[in-house]
Write a protein that binds this ligand. Sequence first.
Ligand code: EPU
Length: 422
Amino acid sequence: MEKFVVHGGSSLSGNVNISGSKNASLPILAATLLTREQCVIRRVPDVSDTNYMLQILHNLGAEVERASGNVIIKCERIRGHEAPYDLVRKMRASVCVMGPLLARHNRADVSLPGGCVIGDRPIDLHLRGLEGLGAEVTVEGGNVHLEARYGLNGDTLDMAGKNGATVLGTDNVMMAAVLAKGTTVINGAACEPEVVDLANFLIAMGAKISGAGTPRIEIEGVSELGGVEHTVIPDRIEAGTFLVAGAMAAPEGITLRRVNPEHLSSVTEVLEQCGCEIQQSEKSMTIQQAKNPVGANITTEPYPGFPTDMQAQMCALFATTPGLSVVKDTIFPQRFMHASEMKRMGANIEVSDGTAVINGVEQLSAAPVMASDLRASAALLLAGLTAKGATEISRVYHIDRGYEHIDDKLIGLGAEIERLPA
Ligand code: EPU
């Protein structure tokens, strides 16, 4: 195990390249199961979650090659239909092999993901959608078994749940429906850019999909899909995390390159409200720390609203922004593990009912803290950048799940971070 030691107080400046999106890569890698032909996927970030997905595909019989951000996959012969518990428990997104396996083999066995620190994460909506296409679902011994003995048939489905749309649920059903007989309509579909990227990948393979990026997706089933080359969209959450780093510690500004500013409008709107100056071009963004920062109130929502995956990082910013800020997470109301760790650094944060009320203090002070999940770890790293002293963050494997070389990228901007054996 490794830990980070973050020496607070450095100013950030310069440029950083944003990686390809983790959350777009995962379902796209799973979608390669839908064809016997070779797929080349570019800009897949080298993070442990994409490695877990490649392990699952390899176990299923895929030929996988990986070199400098490009992944070449050929799922010519699939020798199973199973995603085992030891991989699913490491990465919940493993469930997105369900849709493609069902479409290709009329069968999928996937271990049910348990709860996780960001809250209860059921897959009832995934299963409801796949049942709607004709799969029989049984749950036994912690595994979900799906079978469509006579193949899948398109239908009109309502995928919305009590907390809104489901991203990976929409992905799963879309991947199953592309090879189903007839037309599928997904109402209440997730509109996230990662869903659109998957739809574009499937369309390039020969699928007939319209409406991705809106709450109504229509899919006309085809009998076969082919190989394709695709470049994954930039990671909007990694970009958002670097924007917050700039908002906290870049009086002269930092520039993010290889981003899509359109995907970040809800984040930039809040950062501008807080007093930061942001300039954008087609593929780059420059942010400068506010001269007179003020707090803000945010509520997480499905895209294009404020992303839950940026909530923890905003808490880090607000912890040292003068005045009161209120952060409400409606998607994962229990996703506030970072708050108690930040309190150990002197933050004034009270959390109840999925809402954090933060009264900004002048400066945090370094303390040993523990990373609990991906975005909470990023928030602690951000908090450490401006804290007084050396913040030790243990369990950094959480951050390595979804950020490609975040320590090296921050060091490149002038931060002082050591990665040490814990
Ligand atoms: N939900 C249900 N039933 C379901 C599925 C979801 O009730 O069957 C609820 C969830 O409990 C939650 C809401 O619906 O309240 C939205 O969850 P969603 O299914 O959209 O989450 P996900 O698809 O499992 C993806 C991202 C998450 C991100 C969420 C929300 C990937 C691999 N993961 O998860 O990313 O927080 O969408 O935007 O794409 C992260 O990157 O740190 C991360 C957790």
